[in-house]
Write a protein that binds this ligand. Structure first.
Ligand SMILES: [Zn+2]
Length: 116
């Protein structure tokens, strides 16, 4: 496995984890049935996590509109590139939109540097 993942996929799995965490928190609240206040706090936290994940999903929608759709040269499937360098969603092939970076070893630092 290569150490990097496609950014959109990474955000998506974060949103999914947030939903899961929300349900776990709410489930934990059930154990405090005898303390309605604590149970209410757990329920609220769980709902907040789920609302947060909805926000993250909306953010993915916006982000993927800005991302550039490309056909991966490695697996020939459609993927989206976010930033100057990103990974293919399907095969984790490093992709770049910047010709000057072509052939260089992949590094996430390319997204931070402001080279011209
Ligand atoms: Zn690919």
């Amino acid at each position: 496995m290569k150490p990097y993942k496609n950014k959109i996929n990474r955000i998506r799995s974060f949103a999914l984890a947030l939903v899961f965490i929300g349900f776990v928190i709410m489930y934990a609240g059930i154990f405090f049935r005898s303390h309605p206040t604590i149970m209410l706090i757990f329920m609220l936290l769980g709902v907040l996590a789920i609302i947060g994940s909805t926000g993250v999903y909306a953010w993915i929608g916006m982000v993927s509109m800005r991302a550039v759709p490309v056909v991966c040269p490695n697996c020939e499937r459609h993927t989206k590139v976010l930033g100057r360098v990103d990974m293919c969603m399907h095969c984790n092939e490093p992709l770049t939109l910047d010709r000057s970076l072509e052939g260089k070893e992949f590094s996430e630092d390319f997204n931070k540097k402001t080279q011209t």
